[in-house]
Design a protein around this ligand. Structure first.
Ligand code: 2IT
Length: 445
């Protein structure tokens, strides 16, 4: 396998798509060994086939804002690969959304979903629509309009979206509500649904919970304990909130949370009522974490700064791609950080990852560490198919087991001679093998 040539081809065929190239580079750099050892992957050109998504749907979304002005947005659904199950992945509403960002996310999702052990293919969608400052009515009109196009491509066995940045249970409700009306059916063609209409208990917390279970496994693997460790969490959404709850529950001390306006340092720990207040701030949708420091005198607010400058044992990026760069990585290493668990998708830049690995910081990529969210989505699909609902304990036990299994797969393929686990390699190889073998068994179609 000629990685250089493959990457040159990807770059030439996907001009102006640096995120997709970044995600592909990270994966291909770790697959050389497994491809060399298994000539079937070369014979059936699995890599070349995996570098082209099954299809990308792009469409216009037009809607009328509260002032009566017509607005136009662009939306996509990237159906990347359905070799092992229906396309599955979230919808992201954020001004940074482009064909490039969704393509990288759908590519990552393909390997992530394979790792979950559940039968889900990879997909992702979204729009450059900015939810910030939109009224509930504007949000509803936008979601309805988007769904009058997207519904054609969805279905329980075809493509099952969910939430992501800017899309929570409210937005899923508006989109799924229109889907249900058009299709005259109430099936599991969406996950992250509300509890009253088929949603799984624990889905809002799942990514954060799963991520901390994964971090716990990584620390145990390295002979360390999460108890008593200090934690910094970035991102101002469900993922960060769930991570803060679970990290606290397992005995760690969360001392940093952040929002788009800056970060909070609270050396006394952000637990109990303080986490509930964090969620209150999230629900206001004002995107500011600063009021936390007004309410709790033990806290300091650092405007416009990232939490990676704080001295912590564990860093959990939970916001967006490339939120942790090489300078942040160097600062974390200097401050004695022992573990970085990526709960955002591709949260670290490529050079940041290399820096962390070089310093033997325990590092897990998003496709492994944040797979708990889509895993509970998969469990939601199962419950819907059975017309049943599980208790929080049942869902949590299944989630815990899935994260343990993902961790074991990463160790299987990523363990190095000195005992350090290269989780990037482990996750990529384990995720790849299942999809690649399925593609070969399904023939060239
Ligand atoms: O990045 C992700 O894995 C998600 N946004 C969750 C996707 C899903 O289908 O639950």
């Amino acid at each position: 396998m000629d990685v250089k040539k493959l990457l040159a081809d990807v770059e030439a065929k996907n001009p102006g798509q640096p995120l997709y190239l970044q995600a592909v580079t990270e994966v291909l750099e770790t697959l050389e060994e497994v491809v060399k050892a298994n000539p079937k992957y070369t014979k059936y050109k699995v890599i070349e086939r995996l570098l082209e998504p099954d299809r990308i749907i792009q469409f216009r979304v037009e809607w009328v804002d509260d002032k009566g002005e017509v607005q136009v947005n662009r939306a996509w659904r990237v159906q990347y690969n359905n070799a092992i199950g229906p396309y599955k992945g979230g919808m992201r509403f954020h001004p940074s959304v482009t064909a490039d960002s969704l393509k990288f996310l759908a590519f990552e999702q393909t390997f992530k979903n394979s790792l979950t052990t559940l039968p889900m293919g990879g997909g992702k969608g979204g729009s450059d629509f900015n939810p910030q400052g939109k009224s509930e009515q504007e949000m509803m009109r936008f979601c309805h309009s988007l769904m009058t196009e997207l519904y054609r491509y969805l279905g329980v066995d075809t493509d099952v979206p969910a939430g992501d940045i800017g899309v929570g249970a409210r937005e899923v409700g508006f989109m799924y509500g229109m889907f249900k009306k058009i299709m005259i059916e109430n099936t599991a063609a969406f996950t992250g649904k509300g509890r009253n209409w088929g949603g799984s208990i624990l889905r809002p917390e799942a990514t954060g919970f799963g991520g901390v279970y994964f971090v716990d496994s990584m620390l145990k693997q390295a002979g360390k304990d999460i108890k008593g460790k200090t934690v910094a969490v970035s991102g101002f959404g469900n993922v960060a909130w769930g991570a803060a709850i679970k990290a606290t529950e397992l005995g760690a001390k969360v001392i940093c949370i952040s929002g788009p306006d800056g970060y909070i340092l609270d050396e006394e720990g952000i637990a109990g009522e303080k986490i509930a207040y964090m969620n209150e701030l999230l629900q206001t949708r004002n995107n500011v974490v600063a009021p936390y420091a007004d309410k709790y005198k033990s806290a300091k607010f650092f405007a416009g700064k990232k939490p990676w400058e704080a001295k912590v044992d564990i860093a959990l990026p939970c916001a967006i791609q490339n939120e942790l760069n090489i300078d942040d990585a160097k600062q974390l290493i200097k401050n004695g950080c022992i573990c970085v668990g990526e709960l955002s998708n591709m949260g670290c830049t490529a050079d940041a990852i290399h820096e962390l690995q070089k310093a033997r910081v325990i590092y897990a990529p998003g496709k492994a560490a944040n797979a708990g969210g889509v895993s509970v989505s998969g469990l939601e699909m199962t419950q819907n198919a059975m017309h049943l609902g599980w208790t929080a304990e049942e869902v949590d036990a299944k989630l815990k087991q899935i994260m343990k299994d993902i961790h074991a797969s990463c160790v299987k393929y990523g363990l190095e001679k000195d005992g350090y686990v290269n989780y990037v390699k482990g996750a990529n190889v384990a995720g790849f093998i299942k999809v690649a073998d399925a593609m070969i068994e399904l023939g060239v179609v």
